[in-house]
Design a binder for this molecule. Structure first.
Ligand SMILES: Nc1ncnc2c1ncn2[C@@H]1O[C@H](COP(=O)(O)OP(=O)(O)O)[C@@H](O)[C@H]1O
Ligand SMILES: [Mg+2]
Length: 284
């Protein structure tokens, strides 16, 4: 195929030899299958800041470490310099997160580096060697849904132990490889300690997974892994291999409990409606 503009510098530098095909283009990024020597990899090209909400990124980046104080100040402001720094930081965040998470024992695509604003990483494949489907695209048995839920909850625990929350975890940011699910798409990772919204984001991440996988294993709807792991994390008791029960006694004194329970119920209802829709479609 004709080499996309954004990948030309990588070919000139010899980072990649050939662009084989486009894999997926969303609102945030375009992903291509590329060849580097004998290896097939993928390249993620980020879209312009114009395509994303600036405000949203300011919120996400609250609490994230920035190199110099000038940069930190600039990033907080919507100045031209601020925007440039913001853009730079956004693009670097995903590759930094991938290296950090690999180190922490989280299963993520192996990064091969960040070049000219492009992330080159392992292409996750299915049993046939084709690009792996997303969790949201596959039908599961109850057993597999339970197993994947366990694996994914463990990945979230390991991420949290390394100080990070995904922030946009859903069945569409999980790939299904032959040996299990792999979390992807990290440009919006949130610092677990410095961000006021961290707990709410963690609960939303876990709840998205539970709401999705509960369609095949409805008993998952009665689990509270997000709440449980956050309570342990806050108490300084969470370890990468900490055993979780999925049970949780809510602290009645917490002011925002109602709204969290509401959002959880909303997500569960949504999942149920989707499931009923599917069943109705199958009956047709
Ligand atoms: N390492 C990878 N291996 C295989 N497919 C990938 C990989 N990274 C991304 N993809 C595919 O590209 C899509 C978009 O990538 P993603 O990182 O989720 O960016 P965004 O959702 O911001 O556009 C994913 O949903 C997935 O289908
Ligand atoms: Mg995505």
């Amino acid at each position: 195929m004709k080499t996309p503009q954004a990948l030309l510098p990588l070919i000139e530098d010899g980072v990649i030899d050939e662009v084989l095909r486009p894999l997926k283009s969303g609102k945030e990024a375009a992903v291509y299958v590329v060849r580097s020597g004998d290896d097939i990899r993928c390249a993620k090209v980020y879209k312009d800041s114009a395509h994303r909400s600036f405000q949203q990124r300011v919120q996400y980046q609250e609490g994230r470490k920035v190199r110099g104080s000038r940069e930190a100040r600039a990033m907080g402001k919507a100045t031209k310099y601020g925007r440039k720094q913001q853009e730079q930081a956004w693009k670097n965040t995903e590759v930094d997160a991938l290296y950090q998470l690999l180190e922490a024992g989280v299963r993520v695509p192996q990064p091969y580096g960040y070049f000219h604003g492009v992330l080159v990483m392992e292409l996750v494949t299915d049993a046939e060697g084709l690009s792996a489907p997303r969790l949201g695209e596959v039908e599961l048995s109850a057993d597999t849904a339970r197993e994947y839920h366990g694996v994914l909850v463990r990945q979230v625990v390991r991420m949290l132990c390394s100080g990070l929350i995904h922030g946009d975890l859903s069945a569409y940011n999980v790939l299904v490889a032959p040996d299990g699910p792999i979390v992807i798409d990290f440009p919006q990772v949130v610092s677990a300690s410095g961000n006021n919204a961290a707990r709410a984001m963690l609960l939303r991440d876990v709840n998205n997974l539970t709401a999705h996988l509960g369609r095949w294993a409805p008993e998952l709807f009665d689990t509270w892994y997000g709440e449980e792991m956050w309570a342990m994390f806050e108490a300084g008791e969470l370890r990468p291999d900490s055993e979780l029960t999925g049970e949780f006694e809510p602290d009645e004194s917490e002011v925002d409990l109602d709204s969290i329970r509401q959002s959880i119920n909303d997500a569960r209802e949504e999942a149920l409606i989707r499931q009923q829709g599917r069943e109705a479609a199958e009956d047709d």
